[in-house]
Design a protein around this ligand. Structure first.
Ligand code: MG
Length: 312
């Protein structure tokens, strides 16, 4: 089986992680977290969201976060923009990359964005060209591709049609989301193969896999086998799953980075620095984060807490 020589980890912790944590962090803490992640060798970080502050209070101050960051050369910072106002705020904050978002199931799109799928596409057909005209890189999130919390199974051909439209209006990259973490590797292979056959190049696809059922790494592997090289991950697995409280949501950055390092696949990430960023994320979120590799690393640093029983 052929795997890519290198993979890009798209860090979503400061946005997708924090928006699903109950802790509300001050600007200074968010900046510290992003700086810690920037030091790990990651090449892409989503730092927040320019949605209306009352929608996601955890991310109400993304403008200030973006302005206070000491941006690293070569590192791409991005943020969610729901509308033209959000786009203007992102540009004013110095960002050169933005992300729009919608779902491939009507019910989820309606609940998440208050729009039908047709309305979202129409809405983006004004925002995305405006972003492209300013030279920005535009990512589009497409949620519920593997399944919907309200509708159950979703026909991936519908997701492909939406993706083709998103590409046609100028979106550079489509991040396909397993929003409720129900995907399995064969399903992932079928979905990615369908997209490739439908004319969407592997380089235009990112996979946003959730680890709710423990299958995210296996799904990444299935994606890599078909040439996908960009995966969304969250430091420590921060964020949880809004549809299954207490369960894991976002795939943990350390879990994928560690597996890839073991496989000899380049990510540019320094694992020790990533563990330090994970420890900070855990301190800031005020709870034990679900990332397995992070917990293994932190556990080894605390020998006093080691279990006395012989391990098997
Ligand atoms: Mg997510």
């Amino acid at each position: 089986m052929a795997y890519p020589a290198s993979v890009t980890l798209y860090e979503v912790g400061p946005r997708d992680g924090l928006q699903n944590e109950t802790a509300r962090l001050p600007v200074e803490a968010k900046v510290r977290l992003i700086q810690a992640l920037s030091a790990c060798g990651l090449s892409r970080i989503e730092i927040g969201s320019f949605v209306r502050p009352d929608w996601i209070p955890q991310l109400a101050d993304t403008d200030q976060v973006a302005q206070r960051l000491q941006k690293r050369a070569g590192l791409r910072y991005s943020a969610l923009v729901p509308n033209r106002t959000g786009l203007d705020r992102a540009v004013a904050s110095g960002l050169r990359e933005v992300a729009v978002f919608m779902s491939s199931s009507e019910a989820h799109n309606q609940k998440n964005t208050n729009k039908s799928i047709a309305e979202s596409l129409e809405h983006f057909s004004a925002i995305v060209p405006a972003a492209k005209a300013q030279g920005l890189f535009v990512r589009a999130y497409l949620s519920t591709v593997w399944g919907c919390p309200y509708e159950g199974e979703v026909d991936p051909r519908r997701a492909l049609e939406i993706t083709q439209k998103l590409r046609a209006i100028g979106c550079d990259e489509i991040s396909l989301g397993d929003t409720i973490g129900v995907g399995n590797p064969l399903q992932t292979r079928r979905i990615v193969a369908l997209f490739l056959e439908g004319g969407i190049e592997a380089s235009r696809i990112a996979l946003h896999l959730h680890d709710t059922n423990g299958t995210a790494l296996a799904n990444c592997l299935a994606g890599m086998e078909l040439g996908i090289t960009t995966f969304d991950t969250s430091v420590g697995g921060m964020g949880g799953c809004p549809y299954a409280p207490g369960a894991a949501g976002n795939l943990a950055t350390e879990d994928l980075a560690s597996m890839l390092e073991g496989m000899g696949i380049e990510t540019g990430v320094d694992l020790e620095k990533l563990f330090a960023a994970g420890e900070l994320a855990e301190d800031l979120s005020g709870r034990k984060l679900p990332g397995r590799r992070l917990q293994a690393a932190l556990g080894r640093r605390k020998p006093g807490e080691a279990r006395k029983a012989a391990s098997t």
